[in-house]
Design a protein around this ligand. Structure first.
Ligand code: BES
Ligand code: MN
Ligand code: ZN
Length: 495
């Protein structure tokens, strides 16, 4: 993906740009900069003539503006300033990006960050603008056709009329790095499972490691069997495609600082195994590696931002297939932690991979905190829909920080409870626990299962079943929750 060149200039010279982007509120109101550009009257006139009423998300491209050296003026409607929310602001900036994409604009002066919702800080508008503009370059078509003809946008330089402070610069780089990370997450997730195999995820990690200087390690089936990852290996025994455990390390802090561990579910295709899924929409189970793709997307962003902190990514990856070797309902397996599991439903495979990956991550990297990210339960979509990811964990301070990061980036999480009452649903007569807890509270019992493998560490679990991709006519990966996790890591680096 081509990178936009971003600048921050407090007093820009209009003649240096081919397009000025101006936010406009309803009733012909605009920001004070409009007056300094001599555009107040024009905006009032457009409103009076009903040509541009400043409705939120409305855009108007005006050409040959004499005031602007014969170039373009793009007006972006934001509606009533008192009713402007994070959500409506974001949709207006998305409309702006679309209008720019449909034009020949190449060097723009963007002033829309000067009109952010009143409950947001100054940097927030810059962050959203750079994120959304860079994201508008994302195009999956090249990867789906196996071609490298990614769209070639005209836009190349974006200048914000803003003070060039450290804080503001960071907001812009964070937005851009987030977009670049999301693009990797989306590419991997959108890729069909015959291309995006566990080996492909491993190669992607190795390639990223080479470019950015990350240490990458990959465990093979034989090693994992030997180490005793009986839960993960029980899922992988049904497929001929080699499973992998991928570790990727970013070291931006001192060597003795305990890392943040991100553990991502990497099921490259989930048929359900012997507990076979129904056929309808089964293609969407190529997205069951959305957690793994998120981890790699976050590392892509870390490569751009290089914050002062240590982060390790751990990705258990396999297909979940029915076969003559597949694990069967009722089979009992021993996890790396030593706890035994009765596999009552082979479609509850995510937790079987994750429990071993969580134990492995703790044993190998002694992390200060662990966050796992997984398309774990259909129940999460029933409970929360597609707008927020489920968040559960054993440390309320950690959860509060994640909730905050999600709200700031508008990549939101919603907390669900944990507790003994739900844990009881995992009781088995034949092992330490069953891998399912019945129909009720499926998202909570799945997390309750993981909680049994994270007793000695601060841990949070993100169930992204509803948010990692969109179904229907606009089917495609979302790149979530890369924005919130990048924000969380940057906050941790500062504190
Ligand atoms: N990958 C699925 C969860 C999923 C389903 C995510 C649909 C997004 C859309 C997971 O492996 C799974 O199959 N979970 C089962 C658990 C059940 C058997 C306890 C589910 O949700 O049905
Ligand atoms: Mn499953
Ligand atoms: Zn799954």
């Amino acid at each position: 993906m081509k990178k936009i060149h971003f600048n921050l200039i407090p007093n820009p010279n209009l003649t240096n740009f081919d397009t000025l982007v101006l936010p406009v509120f309803d009733k012909g109101r605009s920001i004070s900069a409009a007056a300094s550009f001599g555009l107040h009257e024009l905006i009032e006139k457009l409103d009076a003539q009903d040509d541009f009423k400043g409705k939120c998300g409305q855009t108007l491209m005006l050409l040959n503006q004499n005031l602007l050296n014969g170039a373009r003026l793009l007006l972006v409607g934001l509606g009533d300033p008192d009713k402007l929310t994070a959500k409506s602001y974001i949709s207006a900036i998305q409309a702006m990006a679309k209008a720019l994409d449909n034009s020949g604009a190449c060097q723009i002066l963007d002033t829309t960050h000067l009109a952010t919702p009143s409950d947001q800080l100054g940097q927030w508008g810059l962050f959203q603008n750079s994120l959304i503009l860079q994201r508008s370059f994302y195009d999956y078509a090249h990867a789906s056709r196996g071609e490298h003809t990614a769209k070639d946008p005209k836009l190349s330089q974006v200048t914000f009329m803003s003070e060039d402070s450290q804080e503001y610069k960071l907001a812009v780089s964070q937005g851009q790095a987030t977009a670049i990370g999301m693009a990797l997450t989306q590419d991997l997730a959108n890729m069909p499972s015959n291309f995006c195999t566990p080996a492909y995820l491993a190669e992607t990690a190795i390639e990223l490691g080479k470019q950015a200087g990350f240490n990458v390690q990959v465990l093979e089936r034989e090693q994992m069997l030997e180490m005793g990852m009986g839960a993960f290996m029980s899922v992988a025994q049904g497929t001929d495609t080699p499973p992998k455990m991928i570790s990727i390390q970013y070291q931006g802090g001192s060597a003795d600082q305990a890392p943040i561990a991100l553990v991502g579910k990497g099921v490259t295709f989930d048929t359900g195994g012997i507990s076979l899924k129904p056929g309808a929409s089964m293609d969407e189970m190529k997205y069951d590696m959305g957690g793994a793709a998120t981890v790699l997307g976050v590392f892509q962003a870390l490569a751009e931002l290089k914050p002062n902190i240590n982060v390790v990514g751990v990705i258990p990856s396999t297909e979940n297939m029915p076969s003559g070797n597949a694990v069967k309902p009722g089979d009992v397996v021993t996890s790396l932690s030593g706890q035994t599991i009765e596999v009552l439903n082979t479609d509850a495979e995510g937790r079987l991979l994750l429990c071993d990956a969580l134990t492995y991550a703790q044993q190998t990297y002694q992390p200060g905190l662990v966050i796992d990210i997984a398309t774990l339960t259909g129940a999460c979509i029933i409970a929360l829909g597609n707008h927020v990811s489920g968040l559960l964990g054993n440390d309320q301070a950690l959860i509060d920080q994640l909730l905050k990061a999600g709200n700031t980036t508008y990549d939101r999480f919603w907390q669900l409870p944990l507790g003994e009452e739900w844990d009881e649903q995992l009781k088995s007569n034949f092992a330490d626990m069953a891998n399912i807890g019945g129909r009720e509270a499926g998202t909570i019992t799945a997390a309750q299962f993981l909680a049994r493998y994270t007793k000695d560490v601060k841990w949070a679990h993100l169930d992204i079943a509803g948010t990692a991709w969109q179904s229907g006519a606009n089917k495609g990966a979302s790149g979530r929750p890369v924005p919130a996790l990048v924000e969380f890591i940057l906050q941790q680096a500062q504190s």
